[in-house]
Design a protein around this ligand. Structure first.
Ligand SMILES: C[S@@+](CC[C@H](N)C(=O)[O-])C[C@H]1O[C@@H](n2cnc3c(N)ncnc32)[C@H](O)[C@@H]1O
Length: 236
């Protein structure tokens, strides 16, 4: 079973949003498992300290390598990657999410304060993963984002009605726009083609809209999608 093990100093944050909706139902039905370790349980002093002042001075605090090292060692990873949530990390992509979903799960380490002692990263072979070019106050929300993105792709979680095949990024494009009833809302009609019943025309319109949005909003994705390497690989 796909398993996420989260190491955090805020265990009460979990399952949080992962206990609701698709992910929550899947968790309750045993489609995936979540275990949470409180990093403070691995502190040895009476204050259960997990942080100390930065070597070399400067603001903030740093998570201690001894405490975090013990917490990591107590969490059996098996074949699962050990991922440190970090703004310095490799940006998370849908391709990586798909690869993680195909594996046995992940161990997710949530930083706090200024971050964690660099030596733990090397000593425990942690892979740094970022959820975007901005700074959160802790790794918990980043870990939840990663877990949510993975869990919804597990077999049976989204159900037959929904499909990830045409979603944003699945084919290197952003998704086309959606509409639903009423047909006319505040003088804005649903595009004619979508109520034509002509499935080929609808598919062509959606494809063209996906390409237009990707070109306009994400020139980086568009370059990868339509560049020489993509053309050599043939149609997607
Ligand atoms: C306040 S941040 C530390 C930021 C760090 N001093 C820096 O400038 O890179 C505390 C923790 O939040 C998490 N975090 C913050 N932003 C993140 C992001 N974009 N992606 C993943 N984790 C993030 C990390 O676990 C980090 O150790």
């Amino acid at each position: 079973m796909w398993r996420a093990s989260v190491l955090t100093i805020f265990p009460d944050m979990f399952p949080g949003p992962l206990g609701l909706s698709l992910a929550g139902k899947a968790l309750a039905s045993g489609a995936w498992a979540l275990d949470i370790a409180d990093i403070r349980d691995f502190a040895t002093d009476k204050h259960r300290s997990v942080d100390d002042t930065p070597a070399g001075g400067g603001p903030g605090m740093v998570m201690k390598p001894d405490v975090l090292g013990r917490a990591i060692d107590a969490t059996a990873a098996g074949a699962r990657p050990r991922l440190l949530m970090s703004p310095r990390g490799t940006p998370l992509t849908q391709a990586r999410v798909e690869a993680l979903t195909a594996g046995p799960g992940a161990v997710l380490i949530c930083g706090r304060f200024e971050g964690i002692d660099e030596r733990v990263i090397a000593a425990r072979g942690l892979e740094e993963i970022s959820v975007g070019d901005y700074v959160l106050s802790g790794g918990e929300i980043a870990a939840m984002a990663l877990i949510d993105a993975c869990v919804r792709l597990l077999p049976g979680v989204m159900g037959a009605a929904a499909s990830s095949a045409e979603e944003s990024f699945a084919q290197g494009l952003l998704e086309y726009p959606h509409y639903t009833r009423p047909q006319l809302w505040e003088d804005r009609p649903i595009p004619e083609v979508l109520i034509s019943g002509d499935h080929a025309k609808i598919a062509a319109w959606r494809r063209a809209e996906a390409e237009r949005l990707t070109r306009e909003r994400r020139p980086d994705l568009w370059a990868r999608h339509s560049g020489p390497a993509a053309k050599a690989a043939g149609p997607k």
